[in-house]
Each structure stands twice: as structure tokens, then as C-alpha cells.
Design a protein around this ligand. Structure first.
Ligand code: GLU
Length: 296
């Protein structure tokens, strides 16, 4: 694969309209990319069947309205399924993929499998990792289409984050393809970042715990490790993650000027335009605490 020159990105899932917290993260991703002379890309993560084309179109339009534009036409993950298939084939050929028949409930109730007596809390317990051919045939006959999991050889991996420093987190036998055939988020995000030359990943800090497993998978595939910046989320007045039900939170509800002004204030900028914010951007001065958003 030839890798295009380095890039940052914003990669929303079109399951709901972007709210002011998502827009703030998008602006930060743009600022990180531009201040380091990277290309900036928007990628629509629409593999999940709870995502919708009309929402994707509104997300791209909302981003453009606040000045967050992609240097290339936004890429849609559903247009690239051959990419994910090729990587799963490669990992399968390397003996690093196995079928998993477990439901969520099976996983919660399962004892730790022999290879994983010390599997940390929240790790896949290894139930299907070493099934015999006979056991596998039996489970297959049970009718549930299997998910495909990665045979990982570690429980921990460390990434470096501009805002969080070295962060060590859980890696387990993560799902590569779900039972319904859809490539898993953790696979798609890693494959696409590499294919698009993304070497700077800026996103909400709810995804910090996923970054070790993504970086581990990328390393297995020989991809360069991106640099990460996991930025604080935006919370509602009750201290919970901001959501649509909190009221006026989308761009249509808030208005472009007002949204830009509030985001700029929350980040300590006096400028009200993206180029103005870029002139003043210094990652070291970014607020480290969540922004509590009060509509109105
Ligand atoms: N599509 C993911 C989301 O909207 C973000 C993926 C990423 O930035 O890695 O939560």
C-alpha cells in the first residue's frame, strides 16, 4: 500500500446529528492537523446499520458551515468494505483469527479459558479461542453466525497521547467482524487511518481506552502508530455526557455564529473564526477538564 502524506481527521458516525461537543472536537482535530501542516480529512463511519445517509449529509454540511472542511471528498466506510475483507484475510492467513460463537451473556457468565486465567476485567475470557474442530462444528450447527476475533498475544499495550502522556490499557481478543458480517469499529478505524495516511488521531477521550487495542492491531499489521490526542468531552449541567435530549445542542438549534463563539470561549480563544483560532493554538494551553455546556 502506498501511504499518502500525513493527515489528521474527524470521523463521525452518522447515527445522530452532531452536537456542540462533537463540533468542538472536530474543530480541535482541524486545529491539531493544520497547526502541524497535515492534511485534514472527514471520514463518515457508516458501517453500523444504525447510521443514516441523511444524517451523514447533515454532519458533513454542519462541519463545512463552521469551517471544518475535508481536503478530499469525505470518505464513506461502506464504500471500502473490500479493504476490511483484505485485512481479515491477511490476518486469517497468519493464523490470527478465530470464530467466536459467544453472545454477550455467554461472555459475562463465562469462566476464564485456559489461555487466559488472568484475563483482566472486561477482557474476552477466551471461550472460543481454542475450540477443537468438533466443538466448532457443534457450535456452528447451533445456528448463530460467528463473529471473528483476533488471536492477540497480550492483555496490555501502551500508547502515547499528547494530552494524557503514556497510557496503558486493555488489549484482548477483539472482534474484527461482527456476527452480522459488519466489520468491527476497531478494525475499520485502524485500516482506514492507515489507508488514508492518518498519523494524527484527535477524538473524544471516551475513546482513550480503545486506543491501546487499536494501536496493537495496527502494529500487528505493520502500520505506523499514529499520535493521539484524546480531548475532554462536553458534559451537560448534570455532569453527564452531552446528548441530543439535553435540548438546544445541534448547529441548527444554536446557529453557526453562536456555536463558534461558545466553542472559542470554552477553549480560551478570543478569535471567532477557525483561521483566527489557528493563529493562537497551543496544545499545552488546552483545558484538560470537560466543558460543561449550558444551552441558552
Ligand atoms: N466514529 C467514532 C465515533 O463517532 C469515532 C471514531 C474515531 O474517531 O476513532 O464515536
Amino acid at each position: 500500500m502506498t501511504r499518502p502524506s500525513s493527515a489528521g481527521r474527524f470521523a463521525p458516525s452518522p447515527s445522530a446529528d452532531l452536537h456542540i461537543g462533537n463540533l468542538r472536537t472536530a474543530i480541535l482535530a482541524w486545529l491539531f492537523a493544520r497547526s502541524t501542516r497535515r492534511r485534514f480529512l472527514v471520514r463518515v463511519e457508516d458501517l453500523d446499520d444504525r447510521t443514516f445517509p441523511d444524517i451523514a449529509a447533515r454532519q458533513v454540511a454542519d462541519l463545512a458551515a463552521i469551517g471544518v472542511t475535508s481536503d478530499e471528498p469525505p470518505e464513506y466506510q461502506t464504500a471500502h468494505t473490500a479493504r476490511y475483507d483484505a485485512v481479515i484475510d491477511e490476518l486469517t492467513a497468519r493464523g490470527l483469527v478465530y470464530e467466536c460463537y459467544c453472545s454477550r451473556k455467554d461472555i459475562l457468565q463465562a469462566p476464564r479459558a485456559p489461555h487466559a486465567p488472568h484475563a483482566p476485567e472486561g477482557a474476552y475470557p477466551g471461550t472460543c479461542r481454542d475450540l477443537t474442530d468438533t466443538q466448532r462444528a457443534e457450535r456452528r450447527a447451533g445456528g448463530r453466525p460467528p463473529a471473528l476475533r483476533l488471536r492477540s498475544d497480550t492483555f496490555r499495550y501502551t500508547v502515547t497521547d499528547i494530552l494524557h502522556g503514556d497510557y496503558t490499557g486493555l488489549v484482548d481478543d477483539l472482534v474484527l467482524r461482527r456476527g452480522d458480517g459488519i466489520p468491527a469499529y476497531n478494525l475499520a478505524v485502524v485500516v482506514d487511518d492507515a489507508a488514508q495516511g492518518v498519523d494524527q488521531v484527535v477524538r473524544g477521550d471516551d475513546l482513550l481506552p480503545s486506543s491501546p487495542r487499536q494501536a496493537y492491531l495496527g502494529a500487528l499489521l505493520g502500520y505506523p502508530t499514529p499520535m493521539y490526542a484524546h480531548v475532554p468531552l462536553v458534559l451537560n449541567a448534570d455532569g453527564k455526557r452531552l446528548a441530543k435530549r439535553d435540548g438546544a445542542v445541534t448547529l441548527a438549534e444554536i446557529g453557526v455564529e453562536n456555536a463558534l463563539a461558545q466553542i472559542a470561549d470554552s477553549l480560551g480563544f478570543t478569535a471567532r473564526t477557525l483561521p483566527g483560532m489557528l493563529d493562537d493554538f497551543d496544545p499545552a494551553r488546552l483545558p484538560r477538564d470537560p466543558w460543561v455546556y449550558r444551552p441558552g
